[in-house]
Ligand binder design. Structure first.
Ligand code: DAT
Ligand code: MG
Length: 149
Protein backbone atom coordinates (compact mmCIF):
# COMPACT_ATOMS: atom_id res chain seq x y z
CA UNK A 1 0.00 0.00 0.00
CA UNK A 2 1.15 3.51 -0.81
CA UNK A 3 0.07 6.92 0.40
CA UNK A 4 -0.15 10.11 -1.63
CA UNK A 5 -0.82 13.75 -0.90
CA UNK A 6 -3.80 15.19 -2.79
CA UNK A 7 -4.97 18.77 -2.29
CA UNK A 8 -7.84 20.79 -3.72
CA UNK A 9 -6.19 24.11 -4.54
CA UNK A 10 -7.76 27.48 -3.63
CA UNK A 11 -9.46 27.80 -7.05
CA UNK A 12 -10.95 24.30 -6.70
CA UNK A 13 -12.25 25.15 -3.24
CA UNK A 14 -13.74 28.46 -4.40
CA UNK A 15 -15.37 26.75 -7.37
CA UNK A 16 -17.07 24.25 -5.07
CA UNK A 17 -15.19 21.20 -6.36
CA UNK A 18 -13.97 19.60 -3.09
CA UNK A 19 -16.82 17.10 -3.05
CA UNK A 20 -16.42 16.19 -6.73
CA UNK A 21 -12.67 15.61 -6.36
CA UNK A 22 -13.04 13.65 -3.13
CA UNK A 23 -15.80 11.57 -4.72
CA UNK A 24 -13.52 10.38 -7.51
CA UNK A 25 -10.95 9.03 -5.04
CA UNK A 26 -13.66 7.47 -2.87
CA UNK A 27 -15.38 5.83 -5.85
CA UNK A 28 -12.13 4.44 -7.23
CA UNK A 29 -11.74 2.59 -3.93
CA UNK A 30 -8.98 4.55 -2.24
CA UNK A 31 -8.93 5.03 1.51
CA UNK A 32 -8.85 8.46 3.13
CA UNK A 33 -6.42 8.41 6.06
CA UNK A 34 -6.05 12.15 6.84
CA UNK A 35 -7.75 15.39 5.78
CA UNK A 36 -7.91 19.05 6.78
CA UNK A 37 -9.18 22.38 5.51
CA UNK A 38 -6.42 24.98 5.81
CA UNK A 39 -5.12 28.25 4.45
CA UNK A 40 -1.38 27.77 3.88
CA UNK A 41 1.16 30.57 4.27
CA UNK A 42 3.26 31.67 1.32
CA UNK A 43 6.32 30.29 3.16
CA UNK A 44 4.67 26.89 3.48
CA UNK A 45 3.89 26.88 -0.24
CA UNK A 46 7.50 27.88 -1.03
CA UNK A 47 8.63 24.75 0.83
CA UNK A 48 6.01 22.61 -0.89
CA UNK A 49 7.12 23.77 -4.35
CA UNK A 50 10.87 24.09 -3.57
CA UNK A 51 11.82 21.99 -6.62
CA UNK A 52 10.25 24.70 -8.84
CA UNK A 53 12.07 27.65 -7.22
CA UNK A 54 13.93 28.58 -10.40
CA UNK A 55 10.80 28.63 -12.60
CA UNK A 56 9.44 32.02 -13.68
CA UNK A 57 5.98 31.14 -12.32
CA UNK A 58 7.23 30.09 -8.82
CA UNK A 59 6.38 33.35 -6.99
CA UNK A 60 2.94 33.65 -8.57
CA UNK A 61 2.24 29.97 -7.91
CA UNK A 62 3.06 30.27 -4.20
CA UNK A 63 0.95 33.44 -3.91
CA UNK A 64 -2.08 31.82 -5.57
CA UNK A 65 -1.74 28.69 -3.45
CA UNK A 66 -1.82 30.77 -0.27
CA UNK A 67 -4.61 33.12 -1.43
CA UNK A 68 -7.44 30.99 -0.03
CA UNK A 69 -8.24 27.74 1.72
CA UNK A 70 -6.96 24.36 0.53
CA UNK A 71 -8.56 20.98 1.20
CA UNK A 72 -5.57 18.75 2.01
CA UNK A 73 -5.87 14.96 2.02
CA UNK A 74 -3.81 11.79 2.26
CA UNK A 75 -5.16 8.81 0.30
CA UNK A 76 -3.99 5.22 0.59
CA UNK A 77 -4.17 2.31 -1.85
CA UNK A 78 -2.35 0.00 -4.23
CA UNK A 79 -0.26 2.00 -6.78
CA UNK A 80 -1.69 5.08 -5.09
CA UNK A 81 0.88 7.62 -6.31
CA UNK A 82 0.75 6.61 -9.98
CA UNK A 83 -3.01 6.16 -10.10
CA UNK A 84 -3.55 9.45 -8.27
CA UNK A 85 -1.53 11.24 -10.95
CA UNK A 86 -3.45 9.49 -13.72
CA UNK A 87 -6.73 10.58 -12.16
CA UNK A 88 -5.51 14.20 -12.06
CA UNK A 89 -4.54 14.31 -15.75
CA UNK A 90 -1.65 16.35 -17.17
CA UNK A 91 -0.25 19.48 -15.51
CA UNK A 92 -1.77 21.54 -18.32
CA UNK A 93 -5.55 20.98 -18.44
CA UNK A 94 -5.35 21.58 -22.22
CA UNK A 95 -3.39 18.30 -22.50
CA UNK A 96 -5.59 16.40 -20.05
CA UNK A 97 -7.95 13.76 -21.39
CA UNK A 98 -11.67 13.86 -20.66
CA UNK A 99 -12.36 11.62 -17.69
CA UNK A 100 -9.46 13.06 -15.70
CA UNK A 101 -10.09 15.68 -13.02
CA UNK A 102 -8.20 18.42 -14.84
CA UNK A 103 -9.55 17.27 -18.22
CA UNK A 104 -13.12 17.59 -16.97
CA UNK A 105 -13.10 20.52 -14.58
CA UNK A 106 -10.59 23.24 -15.53
CA UNK A 107 -8.89 24.95 -18.49
CA UNK A 108 -5.84 26.99 -17.39
CA UNK A 109 -2.42 25.64 -16.30
CA UNK A 110 -2.15 28.27 -13.57
CA UNK A 111 -5.60 27.37 -12.21
CA UNK A 112 -5.55 23.58 -12.42
CA UNK A 113 -7.58 23.05 -9.19
CA UNK A 114 -5.79 20.04 -7.71
CA UNK A 115 -2.38 18.88 -6.55
CA UNK A 116 -1.10 15.30 -6.42
CA UNK A 117 2.33 13.91 -5.51
CA UNK A 118 4.29 12.77 -8.56
CA UNK A 119 6.63 10.14 -7.05
CA UNK A 120 6.61 7.92 -3.97
CA UNK A 121 9.58 9.85 -2.59
CA UNK A 122 7.86 13.23 -3.07
CA UNK A 123 4.62 11.80 -1.65
CA UNK A 124 6.45 10.92 1.58
CA UNK A 125 7.98 14.41 1.78
CA UNK A 126 4.68 16.16 1.07
CA UNK A 127 2.68 14.03 3.53
CA UNK A 128 5.27 14.90 6.22
CA UNK A 129 5.21 18.60 5.30
CA UNK A 130 1.41 18.87 5.54
CA UNK A 131 0.45 16.40 8.28
CA UNK A 132 1.64 15.45 11.76
CA UNK A 133 1.58 11.79 12.88
CA UNK A 134 -1.39 12.40 15.20
CA UNK A 135 -3.53 13.72 12.33
CA UNK A 136 -3.80 10.26 10.75
CA UNK A 137 -6.81 8.09 11.51
CA UNK A 138 -6.30 4.34 11.77
CA UNK A 139 -9.38 2.32 10.83
CA UNK A 140 -10.46 -0.63 8.73
CA UNK A 141 -12.40 0.26 5.59
CA UNK A 142 -15.25 -2.21 4.98
CA UNK A 143 -14.49 -2.03 1.22
CA UNK A 144 -10.96 -3.38 1.39
CA UNK A 145 -11.87 -7.07 1.35
CA UNK A 146 -13.77 -6.59 -1.93
CA UNK A 147 -11.30 -4.26 -3.63
CA UNK A 148 -8.20 -6.41 -3.36
CA UNK A 149 -7.65 -10.13 -3.83
P1 DAT B 1 1.88 19.22 -11.27
O1 DAT B 1 0.98 20.07 -10.43
O2 DAT B 1 1.14 18.54 -12.39
O3 DAT B 1 2.72 18.25 -10.46
P2 DAT B 1 4.31 20.81 -11.55
O4 DAT B 1 4.76 20.19 -10.28
O5 DAT B 1 5.24 20.76 -12.72
O6 DAT B 1 2.91 20.20 -12.03
O7 DAT B 1 3.96 22.34 -11.30
C1 DAT B 1 3.25 22.73 -10.14
C2 DAT B 1 2.18 23.70 -10.52
O8 DAT B 1 2.77 24.86 -11.07
C3 DAT B 1 1.22 23.19 -11.59
O9 DAT B 1 0.17 22.42 -11.06
C4 DAT B 1 0.72 24.47 -12.19
C5 DAT B 1 1.93 25.39 -12.10
N1 DAT B 1 2.66 25.40 -13.36
C6 DAT B 1 3.40 24.41 -13.88
N2 DAT B 1 3.92 24.74 -15.06
C7 DAT B 1 3.49 26.00 -15.30
C8 DAT B 1 3.66 26.93 -16.37
N3 DAT B 1 4.41 26.62 -17.43
N4 DAT B 1 3.04 28.12 -16.27
C9 DAT B 1 2.29 28.44 -15.20
N5 DAT B 1 2.07 27.61 -14.16
C10 DAT B 1 2.66 26.42 -14.21
MG1 MG C 1 4.26 18.55 -9.13
Amino acid sequence: MERTFIAVKPDGVQRGLCGEIMKRFEHRGFKLVAAKFVQASEDHMKKHYLDLKDKPFYAGLCKYMSAGPIFAMVWEGQNMVKLGRMMLGETNPADSKPGTIRGDLCVNIGRNIVHGSDTLENAKMEVDLWFKAEEFVTYTSCEQAWLYE
